[in-house]
Write a protein that binds this ligand. Structure first.
Ligand code: ZN
Length: 196
């Protein structure tokens, strides 16, 4: 038997992280009863975002352009490249106001068990960027097992090119995720980075 339209929407909402059947049902009832306009806008924004947003060809961050605004900004120092795990970490570092260089967003960490190898985190694109202009690479990667392995892998790849590689350390708790760390601590960690 064909599923009811409402049940299909409840199922679809469960693609969101942390949304189980109960909360999905609550969301659908709320939208149907109280905010049909909001729901239409949400549907419209979802389609537009999914159609238009892609990865920047240089830093892999989300953008609607071929090269994102940060990568093409002449105000950013292209000699210094900060490697982060995800866009939320990039935002966290930007909020410290300590870093004026450019970024590279891995969109994950190496995790062979989950089938995430160097290709999946854009190592080839990162390698291509570490040629002429870049003089310093800062690895702002969390200290989980995968984070450690990823930082090590990137450092080994970059060091032979004569580029200085440092790693933020101070004040970052073991297994800590950058996006949850306050700006003060993160700012400290950035200034106290160690050459590896
Ligand atoms: Zn970019």
């Amino acid at each position: 038997m064909a599923k009811l339209i409402i049940d299909e929407l409840i199922d679809a909402l469960r693609c969101l992280p942390g949304v189980g059947p109960k909360s999905a049902q609550r969301m659908v009832m709320h939208l149907l009863e109280r905010d049909r306009n909001g729901a239409r806008q949400l549907a419209d924004k979802l389609v537009t975002t999914m159609d238009k947003i892609r990865h920047c060809a240089q830093c892999r961050n989300f953008t609607d352009l071929e090269i994102c605004q940060m990568c093409s900004s002449p105000a950013r120092d292209g000699q210094s490249l900060c490697v982060v795990e995800n866009p939320a970490d990039l935002i966290a570092i930007e909020q410290t106001g300590q870093f004026r260089g450019k970024y590279f967003v891995l969109m994950g960490t190496l995790s062979p068990i989950d089938g995430i190898g160097p290709d999946e985190i854009g190592i080839d694109i990162l390698a291509a960027r570490c040629v002429d202009e870049v003089k310093e690479v800062i690895l702002a990667i969390g200290s989980s097992v995968e984070g450690e392995a990823t930082a090590h892998y990137i450092a080994e790849m970059i060091k032979p090119r004569g580029i200085e590689v440092s790693r933020i350390a101070q004040g970052i708790p073991m297994g800590g995720e950058l996006e949850y760390i306050d700006a003060g601590t993160l700012s400290h960690a950035l200034t106290g980075r160690k050459v590896i």
